[in-house]
Design a protein around this ligand. Structure first.
Ligand code: ZN
Length: 338
């Protein structure tokens, strides 16, 4: 373990790279050949690894987190009437309601409809004329603009996209394929798969549900093939999943163990207090706490029954361990207080 403080390095943003350099020198001096390092998406770490001729792989969880947050932005995009668009393009009452009263009156005048009345009356009159699905119904006009891609939001594709990326990366790792081309194509294929087009699913390696069950075109369709939503989905994936970026995810690596270890450090050396003399000892405690269940005999394994969303972050299985014969914390306390 390399421990560096801000004082030693100069500033906190240099700590990560300085610690990496030190750790690499230390391990290489001990004769350990380092083949691969997994890190969060940090470009400086990437260039250091490149200098040392070490394969750089990034954490898949961080990638999915970034893609999901960008995807949520796409889902929240509101439907707008482009300047050149006309009322005729509207496909629902909500989309008609986006236009101003003046624009609605213009439409009524051009189409020989009565121009008097409130906005609601104008909209209802026009919905019949435009043959909209909810025509004539006493629909409340929403004050908010409708979503641009309601089908993407309706099917909760954010989590599906996350597990799609995970599955593709894990499949690439199992295949032992270190080139990003197939992985990128596999992830891009999500846009077609959700549009009911399983052509690419069949040529890609790996067994898929849509392949084994021989789905017909249109089955499991989240949005129609070739429409605006399909195009938006394909463009989104092309923008955020590129071959250059996916090169670092071909082995489906994750670094959650070091992330969770940092939460243990927080228990012994809380961030709001600066421990000058006891810092190293506190980190050693954290390491002992982290290691205390290693090689402990497992009495039973039980599965989490509920699939409640509130406990999503917990593990699916729990282990009941055999009681300890000694506890390091007790041993330490005995040495200090007795
Ligand atoms: Zn498919």
């Amino acid at each position: 373990m390399v421990i560096l403080t801000r004082k030693q390095v100069g500033s906190s943003w240099k700590i990560e790279t300085a610690a990496l350099e030190q750790a690499l020198t230390l391990l290489e001096a001990k004769g350990l050949a380092i083949a691969e390092v997994i890190h969060d998406d940090n470009t400086q770490v990437d260039s250091i690894l490149h200098q040392h001729n070490i394969v750089s792989q990034k954490d898949l969880w961080h990638k999915c987190k970034n893609v999901m947050s960008k995807f949520k932005e796409l889902l929240q995009e509101k439907w707008r009437s482009p300047n050149d668009s006309t009322v005729e393009c509207a496909e629902s009452i909500a989309q008609v309601a986006v236009f101003s009263i003046a624009q609605l009156k213009d439409y009524c005048r051009d189409n020989g409809l009565q121009q008097t009345g409130s906005k609601l009356q104008l909209i209802q009159r026009m919905s019949v004329h435009l043959k909209l699905p909810e025509a004539g119904a006493n629909t409340e006009i929403q004050r908010q603009r409708p979503l641009k891609y309601p089908q993407l939001a309706a099917h909760d594709l954010t989590y599906k996209l996350k597990s799609w990326i995970y599955t593709c990366a894990k499949n690439a790792a199992v295949r032992g394929d270190t080139t990003p081309q197939l992985l990128t194509l596999d992830i891009h294929n999500a846009a077609n798969h959700w549009a009911g087009d399983h052509f690419t699913c069949r040529i890609l390696p790996g067994v898929r549900k849509c392949d084994t069950e021989n789905w017909s075109a249109g089955q499991m369709c989240k949005y129609p093939k070739g429409d605006e939503t399909h195009k938006a989905m394909a463009d989104f994936l092309k923008k955020y999943i590129t071959e250059i970026k996916m090169k670092c995810y071909v082995r489906a690596r994750e670094n959650f163990i070091s992330e969770t270890f940092h939460s243990v450090i927080n228990k012994f050396a809380t961030k709001r207090i600066h421990f000058d003399t006891s810092h190293t000892a506190r980190l050693a405690y954290a390491a002992m706490d982290w290691n205390e269940n290693i090689r402990r005999e497992v009495r039973a394994v039980y599965h989490r029954a509920s699939n409640d969303t509130a406990v999503r972050r917990r593990a699916k299985t729990n282990k009941a361990l055999v009681d300890r014969t000694s506890v390091w914390k007790m041993a330490l306390a005995n040495r200090v207080f007795i």
